[in-house]
Design a binder for this molecule. Structure first.
Ligand SMILES: [Zn+2]
Length: 212
């Protein structure tokens, strides 16, 4: 069997905490950006990005020793491997969407709601006269049920409005049972009653026939 030497990489944020004296928050932000002294920097392993590949060479221990091979599609930074079929295909939170990738949204693991917010930090930009996003933190909050955690969500494809899939998610949210996303019986149930029942009726019907 042939051997390949592969260079894998991931992005690791580095941060520092330093106080700046300035007349405005905008001035302080500019001082922080211009500050090139990174003594005492720390690595933010919790926010490390996904692994991607940056080189492939034929043979054992051959990196930069022999001509590189072309990387197969789906392995470079920002590229996604094909997502397996099925609505519950989870994807990593910070994966960047490549062109042509189906749109996804985060949903609360507790109630299934797609109304998720993240803590962030913005500062006033005097040039554009608007708040400009400085950082987005890991902490996520569900606006529906109030749950709060760094690992609150799973990622699901966006359901087009009016489809059975969108209806199914509305019923899941009404029932607050995100585990139903993987349930084949529930999927069939929603397909059958989509045209004839409201979300509330469907939730009640399912609740009455679900064991327990
Ligand atoms: Zn929730």
């Amino acid at each position: 069997m042939p051997s390949f030497t592969i260079e894998s990489s991931y992005r690791l944020p580095v941060f520092r905490h330093r106080t700046y004296e300035a007349a405005t928050i905008g001035d302080a932000c500019r001082l922080a950006i211009a500050d090139e002294d990174w003594q005492g920097q720390k690595e933010d392993y919790e926010s490390a990005g996904p692994t991607f590949l940056t080189g492939v060479w034929p043979g054992v221990d051959t990196a930069y020793e022999v001509p590189a091979l072309a990387l197969p599609p789906g392995f470079a930074e920002g590229e996604n491997l094909p997502v397996p079929d099925g609505a519950a295909s989870s994807r990593s939170v910070d994966q960047l969407a490549a062109p042509g990738t189906p749109a996804v949204l985060p949903r609360c693991r507790h109630c299934g709601s797609g109304r998720i917010s993240r803590d962030a930090n913005a500062c006033w930009d005097e040039q554009t006269q608007s708040w400009s996003l400085l950082a987005v933190y890991d902490s996520q909050t569900c606006e529906q049920c109030g749950a709060d955690s760094n690992h609150l969500v799973d990622w699901f494809p966006v359901a087009a409005p009016g489809t059975t899939d969108a209806f199914r998610w509305d019923v899941i949210e009404a029932l607050q049972m995100p585990t139903l996303a993987d349930d084949a019986d529930f999927r069939a149930f929603c397909g059958e009653i989509h045209a004839s029942q409201t979300i509330e009726q469907a939730a009640a019907t399912w609740r009455n026939r679900a064991p327990g």
